[in-house]
Structure formats: C-alpha cells, structure tokens
Design a protein around this ligand. Structure first.
Ligand code: FES
Length: 117
C-alpha cells in the first residue's frame, strides 16, 4: 500500500446509516426503526410483546426488549418512535451487555407499575 492512499474507514464508520430511521433497534435481527414503525402502524399491536412478530425482534439476546417496550409506549401515547441514544452508543451498550450480562439499561425507564387501589 502506498503512503498516498487514504486510510480505509473502519467497518463501524462505514456501516453507519445516514437516515435515523435506518438505525437498528434489534441488532440481533437487524430490525430498523423504520421497519418497526411500519409494523406498528400496520398491525396496531395492543401489547409490547407483539413487537417480536416483526422479524423476531427481541428474541435473540433480548437486550433490546426494554427499548421495544419503550417504543410501544411511545406509539401508544402518540409520541415519535425513536431511540434515546445514538446508534453508536446503542451498539456499544449492547456489546457491553453481551460481554458482562448487564441488564436494565438506565436509558430506558422501567414500565409503569400497576398499583391496585
Ligand atoms: S438486540 Fe434484539 S434480541 Fe438482541
């Protein structure tokens, strides 16, 4: 390789999507936010667990399940469906989870707990 050639971009940088909707919410099954939005609009799921019917999202390492639940809550309340973090940080947090088994990512607040009267 000559000294005049530019450095080859790392795979991480080369694979970053340009459109935020192309960011993957389920990294195991490559389910993008766009795919999940389309699924939710089409299927109108009544429970967050139904999001697994979108290309098996959440059924691999299960790290993304709290984020899928958050997306379902966002949709139910009429908010935009989005991730609370950049795709790079999202991938880093999932990698840390896979290395150490760290669950309950602080980026996702726990779902509301039903309190009986
Ligand atoms: S990131 Fe979704 S199941 Fe692993």
């Amino acid at each position: 390789m000559s000294d005049s050639m530019p450095p080859f971009p790392s795979e991480e940088i080369a694979c970053q999507p340009k459109d935020p909707l192309d960011h993957e919410v389920c990294l195991c099954f490559h389910v993008s936010i766009r795919k999940m939005q389309n699924f939710i609009q089409r299927e109108q799921p009544t429970r967050a667990s139904q999001l697994s019917q979108c290309l098996d999202a959440g059924t691999g390492c299960r790290w993304c399940v709290p984020f899928l639940c958050k997306m379902h809550r966002q949709w139910e309340s009429g908010e935009a469906i989005e991730l609370p973090v950049s795709p790079e940080e999202y991938a880093q947090r999932r990698a840390a989870y896979k290395r150490a088994g760290v669950k309950n990512d602080p980026l996702v607040e726990p779902p509301p707990i039903a309190v009986s009267p």
